[in-house]
Ligand binder design. Sequence first.
Ligand code: G6P
Length: 372
Amino acid sequence: SAAEKGGHDYFMLKEIAEQPQAVGDTLLGRVGPDGMLTLDEMRLSDQELRDISKIIVVACGTSYHAGLIAKYAIEHWAGLPCEVELASEFRYRDPILTRDTLVLVISQSGETMDTLMAVRHAREQRSRVLAVCNVNGSTISRESDAVLYTHAGPEVAVASTKAFLTQLVACYLVALYLAQVRGTKFGDEISEIIGWLAETPSKVREVLATMEPVRALARSLADERCVLFLGRHVGFPVALEGALKLKELAYMHAEGFAAGELKHGPIALIEEGLPVVVVVPSPAGQRVLHDKIVSNIQEIRARGARTVVVAEEGDTAVEPYADTLIRVPVVPTLLQPLVATVPLQVFACELATAKGHDVDQPRNLAKSVTVE
Ligand code: G6P
């Protein structure tokens, strides 16, 4: 009913709108007034956390994209080697799992069969399993050694939105907590980031308040056959997620690429009028990557691409090459996915709606896939 959807036409719209609150709820009670993190649910002693030598993140779908972003945070802040695996591939190889390996599984539902099987496999090899889940008491949360709940509230729409943002926050907390306990790089940057995390609900709210041009753009592209997404660094998984949303909801051919790979293939796809969404890294945080991607935008535009550029406020370098410019607030580089993903969710949702699709129940898809 309309009431269940909080006055929105679709659960997905409601869930997109709930993101500032959801992100705040993930942080709640986990950041002390002194800026120190407490993650009681970790259930691993400080010594055990110090003994970890490697992290393997395992997940499916949108949760896998959260895992890809987690890798950047874990390597940078916690200084630990980190691999990210699709759950459906993980246990069919011979992953090197030891007692010192922390397996971080990410699952909104906590019921995805491939991810559950990965949990069982990891535990059989005596690795520790930490789950990031949204649904309390779900199978994965019960079978893992420890669970960090995202507290996003129920997510009904098949395509994940608020669960994704809260998974990111939970993963940032894990990376920062490991940094805190292990003493790696702990200092100014870490406490500064913890301060920024507290600002993210309002940053996401700012993005949501400026989405009307994105919706108009989506409607204007409803008859396109294909959309490409490019990104670098944490913007690369954001590009993958933007493309996944468009496949799921609009049944449109959409691909995400690492912008540095353009010259190794994807640039051959560029033709007159092809919409290409580019997620631009912060010019302050990632000067080199920023400048490289600005050249990429020039290259694809020279070949006829219609460029849709997602860039931080104040980034004037992109202006001459953007057919459409989507502004996101300035945040530290590693946190940019929290603000840069939101326009891509809105874009896919609106485009699918313009095509007449039910965004809550896309064809052929299930909210949680409980078969392998
Ligand atoms: C399904 C859903 C996706 C979700 C994926 C993983 O494919 O449609 O939105 O990302 O499962 O689900 P999980 O509950 O494990 O995060």
